[in-house]
Design a protein around this ligand. Structure first.
Ligand code: CAA
Length: 285
């Protein structure tokens, strides 16, 4: 690989950012993780503790490995902590304005050859890229939840992304033990474009009282071999995140499949966001 990568900056330590930091540290990379404040950092470290606990229980990691992994992740609350990193992966909430502001600041503090990767699942990489001084070095690097378990990474190139940047990011994803796929910049990329029509349809079926949530989920688990049913999966993804993804795809394609089911918005307004809020289609302890 042309590009030497040993230290990676992760911006945002929510579910995805923490999962990505874990994947990186697990592969022997040093990670500098930046959150808005100490409370955000503490929440992120909580995700890491919880996830590595599951890896421990599942026999994927031992105590020494876990301590080593966590020891490779350094936290910070200012983007200036990323001045020495070789690659940045941004995983903050889905706001173009917020992402643009992060990358504009990173333009100032990182070396000009550093690649900027966004984990966005809904926004256009092209639009994010044009807000930087290095659009040729901006790509999508879209991980799947839970990032330490799922192997797919969608590498998204824009019309101006340099070919060698794409090659380097693909090679880097392989180094992380992931299975990269490459595609152009369209809402939903590959997996979400196919998945979310199905998830939305399941919400509509539930809304129209065709079946109970348990039976809807059981049908897909036991009939199609999916690891979890659509409503349980929406709780894992987060209903707010799912809504944003559907809404963006709907606005881009006008495909009714992606017009968010009204129940989703109602549940979000009522604070039922899924696992992260303790309640979604199901209740969580
Ligand atoms: N590191 C390494 N391995 C880990 C781990 C970690 N931090 N945490 C868990 N694991 C391993 C476990 O050891 C276990 O391994 P084995 O199967 O070999 O025993 C495996 O991962 C599963 O873990 P659990 O037993 O704890 O949990 P589970 O069996 O109930 O599976 C699940 C949970 C992985 C979430 C599974 O149900 C699943 O894959 N569901 C589908 C998730 C999915 O579709 N995600 C995509 C969402 S869409 C998205 O993310 C894109 C977007 O933009 C929103």
């Amino acid at each position: 690989m042309a590009r030497e990568i040993s230290t990676v900056g992760v911006v945002g330590l929510g579910t995805m950012g923490a999962g990505i930091a874990e994947v990186l540290a697990r592969s022997g990379l040093d990670v500098v993780a930046v959150e808005l404040d100490d409370a955000g950092l503490e929440r992120g470290l909580g995700h890491l503790r919880h996830s590595t606990e599951r890896a421990l229980t599942g026999g994927k990691l031992d105590e020494a490995g876990r301590a080593e992994l966590l020891g490779r992740i350094r936290g910070g609350t200012s983007l200036s902590a990323l001045s020495e990193v070789d690659l940045v992966i941004e995983a903050i909430p889905e706001s173009l304005q917020a992402k643009a502001a992060v990358f504009a600041e990173l333009d100032e503090v990182t070396r000009p050859d550093v690649v900027f990767a966004s984990n966005t699942s809904a926004l256009s990489i092209t639009e994010i890229g044009v807000h930087t001084a290095r659009p040729g070095k901006v790509v999508g690097m879209h991980f799947f939840n839970p990032a330490p378990v799922l192997e797919l990474v969608e590498v998204v190139r824009t019309v101006v992304t340099e070919a060698e940047v794409v090659d380097d990011v693909v090679a880097f994803a392989r180094r992380l033990g992931k299975a990269p796929v490459v595609m152009g910049d369209r809402a939903g990329f590959i997996a979400n474009a196919l998945l979310f029509g199905y998830l939305n349809h399941a919400v509509r079926m539930y809304e129209q009282r065709y079946a109970t949530r348990e039976d809807l989920d059981a049908a897909m688990r036991y009939g199609c071999g999916y690891p979890m049913g659509p409503l349980a999966l929406l709780d894992l993804i987060g209903l707010d995140t799912a809504y944003e993804i559907l809404d963006t795809m709907y606005h881009q394609s006008r495909n009714r499949l992606h017009s968010p089911a009204p129940l989703l918005k109602q549940m979000i307004t009522a604070g039922q966001l899924g696992r992260k809020s303790g309640r979604g289609f199901y209740a969580y302890a």
